[in-house]
Design a protein around this ligand. Structure first.
Ligand code: ATP
Ligand code: MG
Length: 139
């Protein structure tokens, strides 16, 4: 059980804690960890060439950040891979969980959003509502 763990990572301290928990679990289960980051959709109205340039910059920046995290995970002796996809984040998380047959989603209760008084952010709320597999929400 929990051999194929999907970690939703947005770079927030919350998602850092979620990642740390996922890694401890993966060490116990000798599971594979997949990191997933969803970037914001680049608006069509930018027009060319701005649209493509902004998209390229966004994807490269997201991939660079995730490669660093991936390297740290691998240094802990775990097998890991990463996915950088266009948002909305909850849809990307749910889609990947289903197509890649993950058996657990690990995520933070909140993320980078500014309004921290609610228990759950909109991404964790939506994933929890729609996921067909267990979701571990790290507070
Ligand atoms: P909101 O986005 O609704 O303003 P928030 O940012 O505080 O609120 P969420 O976005 O729901 O809270 O974040 C909860 C968790 O969801 C994060 O800790 C992270 O695990 C995951 N998450 C959020 N955004 C992304 C993203 N863009 N890519 C991957 N995972 C994400
Ligand atoms: Mg957020």
């Amino acid at each position: 059980m929990f051999q194929n763990i999907l970690v939703a990572y947005d770079g927030s301290p919350h998602s850092e804690r979620a990642l740390a928990t996922a890694l401890e679990l993966a060490k116990c289960t000798e599971g594979h960890v997949t990191l997933l980051n969803a970037y914001d959709k680049v608006p069509d109205y930018l027009g060319e060439p701005n649209f493509q340039e902004t998209l390229d910059r966004t994807v490269v920046a997201a991939r660079d950040k995730m490669l660093k995290v991936l390297e740290q995970v691998r240094q802990q002796g775990l097998t890991a891979s990463m996915n950088v996809l266009e948002g909305p984040p909850a849809d990307a998380i749910l889609r990947v969980a289903e197509t890649e047959k993950h058996d657990l989603i690990v995520m933070g209760s909140r993320g980078l959003g500014l309004f921290q008084e609610l228990l759950l952010g909109s991404v964790s709320e939506r994933v929890l509502r729609h996921a067909k597999i267990p979701v571990l929400i790290v507070r």
